[in-house]
Design a protein around this ligand. Sequence first.
Ligand SMILES: Nc1ncnc2c1ncn2[C@@H]1O[C@H](COP(=O)(O)OS(=O)(=O)O)[C@@H](OP(=O)(O)O)[C@H]1O
Length: 380
Amino acid sequence: MRSVKIHWVKLTALIFLMMALTAVSTVWISSRSLYPNLLESIMSRQVRDSVGLVGARFTQEEPIFPEEFRQEAPPIRQTTNENNQTIMIRRPKGVDLDPKPVAWVGNISLSHLGLKELPASRPPACILLGFGKCGTSALLEFLDLHPKIVSLDWEPDYFCDRMYPKYDLQWYVKKMPPSFSDQLTIEKSPCYIVEHDSHIRMHAMNSSLKIMVIIRDPITRLLSEYGHYAATENYWGRRAMTFEERVYNLRTQEFKVAQILKVGDYAPHFEHLLKVFPRNQVLILDGDKLVTDPLSQVRRVEEFLGLRHEITDNDIYFDQSKGFYCMKWPLTKETKCLGKSKGRVHEEIDPDFKRKLIDFFVPYNERFFKIVGQRFDWLK
Ligand SMILES: Nc1ncnc2c1ncn2[C@@H]1O[C@H](COP(=O)(O)OS(=O)(=O)O)[C@@H](OP(=O)(O)O)[C@H]1O
């Protein structure tokens, strides 16, 4: 009877030992592989980057320590939310987390990451359709300073003929930067305005989509396009035509209409766009004013999108050496101007040739003013 009792004690001890061993090895294995995989699966690389976590830390070789979660983008500016609480704006966007120490294995939750929800890619609520060389990049960079705006920093061209047949909406949405549900995603692709099928495709995706188009004096736009062409030719070691050669046929003494009007005649593009989208869903921005007074245009966008005025003089400054407005982030004292390909010095045009060009554009511009019910102070 006594030996049976001893066997029972031994057996129970053995079972406990085995259970303890299983528990320890489970914890060890999960800490080395399961946990990272779990994190990998709930946070795409893009999302991890957006919350400032470093992807490489999630490899199986490295154990995860709470400290690793504290790696995040430094705040660039400070603002207040709807409840007047101070919040920090970080780059990249969607990052307003005060990192809390993360619990060890098996205890992942959003609150550990300081988030109410995981940022996710969402379809754009607003698209900037063009026009190319009118300041599309500068506008989007300035808008990205707004805490409720998340902008894509490349041109997906999704709705254009080159891309649309090849990719589906899921592909497009996945390409959008991660955002929180109270933020608006914006993308820009200048091919959208000149390829009219894009208007229809965008409308099919979302009929209440907000549309923005930025335009500028068509002669300044043409000079900008020429600057781009000349820089490309020089880069490849080819002789670039002069501006006059490029837009004017010296032999026939006529303008190269197809070349000049492909983008510069704004009227047909707006005519089509406004057949697809109602006028109150379309905001026309002034690219010339964007150069001289960017906040005037940024405010118009904030109002159009129903957002609070957040972007102020504190966020931008005129950079003497760039000759354009640039961004500054008060908290880090960092500044950022657009790259070398934006803000080139334009070709001087002979005054007589310019007069000719102005006269050429007058009827096209008048037609455009009529279509949009708005005049612009161009051609001087
Ligand atoms: N803040 C600031 N910094 C730099 N550049 C500025 C800025 N604001 C407007 N612009 C004008 O933007 C012009 C380029 O327009 P886009 O970005 O639409 O060009 S593109 O079609 O995407 O290539 C670019 O044209 P170029 O001057 O010919 O380079 C600028 O005139």
